[in-house]
Design a protein. Structure first.
Length: 115
């Protein structure tokens, strides 16, 4: 069983920064692929960034150069550092872990960027 708890969301002005955290418990390993997704109102959930066991990363084109995903395996925590935030980044952000091909999701954290 895997449990994911996100934190760090909030309200920020355009151009500002936020750091999201996702702390995992259960069968999480340093090799587990972790990812951040987001879902805006009336839109499909989309991949924002992912990080593999060797800390290889990939990003959605819309956030490249602005967002950074990282992990601290000792703390079972994945971070999403978001800078130069735009109103279109407003969404509920979800953490996802894939363990033995099974996806696990956190409850989500709201990020609102005001113009």
């Amino acid at each position: 069983q895997v449990r994911l708890v996100e934190s760090g969301g909030g309200l920020v002005q355009a151009g500002g920064s936020l750091r999201l955290s996702c702390t995992a418990s259960g069968s999480i390993f340093s090799s587990t692929v972790m990812a951040w997704y987001r879902q805006a109102p009336d839109k499909q959930r989309e991949l924002v960034a992912a990080i593999g066991g060797s800390s290889t990363t990939n990003y959605a084109d819309s956030v490249k150069g602005r967002f950074t995903i990282s992990r601290d395996n000792a703390k079972n925590t994945v971070y999403l550092q978001m800078t130069s935030l735009k109103p279109e980044d407003t969404a509920v952000y979800y953490c996802k872990a894939t363990v033995r091909f099974q996806p696990y999701w956190g409850q989500g954290t709201q990020v609102t960027v005001s113009s």
